[in-house]
Design a protein around this ligand. Structure first.
Ligand code: HEM
Length: 376
């Protein structure tokens, strides 16, 4: 079942599809930068973690439904809602062993009230959930008129997908999965990147200089394909993804048919094997000084290419991240814009705000108040 559904969604998240929709991402990144401009020169601290969460929510909802959530209209006003939404991951440890598709839905309807955010936030989350349902029904009824077809529109009108794979429940499950899977992972990676870049004047200067080489002062944002060729930017993004881990929990895999042979051990069919990708991404033998943000480790030719094998942040195989091309595109465009367009410094933020500490499926840092900056 998973394989069939995955195959049906795969084409919409391929690199070619993402490149076709680059303008969606670029427009929303520019909207985020307009919001950042509001505090420029005022000395008011700005929470970049909130900014990125609003950005990733708007991008994934626009991409999936051609209708953005418009969180970036008022990032500060929406902060409590994104925080509450991300907080739902904290409740999921109760249901850790089930697939995360089901988790979010179950957590909203079954969990006792005391575990759930304030009434106002809960109402927002439920409204958001029913809004997704409404959008699905509109798309099914052909009510939506937009210039480009969204992921869900294409899926619903794809005759190769069996009708029973297009029930309202399956579509809503998937809509929730895409939005929740794309929001915090990418948002946290962007916030981690911002922290480490601003924390080192040398890294900040080097990155600004590299981006300026393809983006003149008064010019337009370069296309994604140009940004992807920048080695230092790429290295900073890889290091941010590595340190932010993506998903902290163990992934379970069961081979029902054959034994798994690992070194001197043989694991019988039917046994669950699991590990967290943190063990690879923070392994000192693979990444010396693993807790240090060192873009240079990705700039050493052949030696760095060997590291790519251990870059498991999107997992590997049939269940690897379907949204990885989208995540990369968001990160390239958002980080290049923020670094190029503003002079920032960290405000009251240290590693406790970004280092993964708690395993709530996605990692949570010790201090959750976000990466705050002053925009000069
Ligand atoms: C930095 C960003 C991201 C990271 C690190 C990341 C990481 C991962 C990982 C490790 C998995 C495998 C989970 C498992 O085996 O159970 C996964 C699955 C998934 N991701 Fe991402 N992800 C990111 C962004 C996104 C985005 C933007 C989307 C938006 C569509 C997305 C959608 C999904 C979906 C739908 C799955 C389930 C795939 C399946 O079960 O076949 N992810 N992601």
């Amino acid at each position: 079942m998973h394989r069939k559904r995955r195959r049906a969604f795969d084409p919409y998240f391929s690199r070619a599809s993402i490149l076709r929709l680059e303008t969606v991402i670029t427009t929303l990144v520019q909207k985020m930068c307009t919001q950042i401009c509001e505090v420029k020169g005022t000395g008011t601290p700005l929470n970049m973690s909130t900014m990125y969460r609003c950005l990733t929510t708007d991008i994934v909802s626009d991409y999936c439904f051609s209708q953005s959530h418009n969180m970036l209209d008022d990032p500060q006003g929406n902060e409590k809602f994104v925080v509450a939404f991300v907080g739902i991951f904290k409740m999921l440890f109760l249901m850790r062993e089930s697939r995360w598709t089901a988790w979010l839905i179950q957590s909203m309807s079954v969990l006792p009230k005391w575990l759930v955010p304030t009434d106002e936030c809960m109402a927002w989350i439920q409204g958001w959930q029913s809004g997704l349902g409404e959008r699905i029904r509109d798309v099914k009824a052909g009510k939506k008129q937009v210039s480009r077809a969204s992921v869900f529109e294409q899926y619903i009108h794809n005759d190769d997908v069996p009708v029973d794979e297009k029930s309202d429940k399956i579509l809503l499950d998937n809509a929730l999965l895409f939005v929740s899977a794309g929001l915090e992972t990418t948002g946290f990676a962007c916030a981690t990147a911002t922290y480490h870049i601003l924390d080192s004047p040398t890294i900040y200067r080097t990155l600004k200089a590299e981006i300026s080489s393809v983006w003149p002062k008064e010019g337009h944002m370069p296309p994604l394909t140009t940004l992807e060729k920048l080695p230092y930017l790429t290295a900073c993004l890889k290091e941010s993804l590595r340190l932010s881990i993506g998903v902290m929990s163990r992934f379970h895999r069961i081979n029902h048919h054959r034994p798994i042979v690992y070194k001197e051990w043989t694991i019988d069919p039917g046994w669950s094997v699991s590990m967290s990708q943190r063990f690879v991404l923070y392994d000192e033998d693979i990444f010396p000084e693993a807790k240090t943000f060192r873009p240079e480790r990705w700039l050493k030719g052949e030696q760095s290419r060997a590291l790519d094998k251990c870059f498991v942040v999107f997992s590997r195989g049939a269940r690897s991240c379907i949204g990885q091309s989208l995540a990369w595109a968001e990160m390239y465009l958002a980080l290049a814009s923020v670094v190029h367009s503003f002079d920032m410094s960290l405000h009251d933020t240290d590693r406790r705000h970004v280092d993964p500490k708690y395993d709530y499926f996605v990692p949570f840092p010790e201090v959750e108040s976000g990466v705050r900056v002053i925009v000069k």
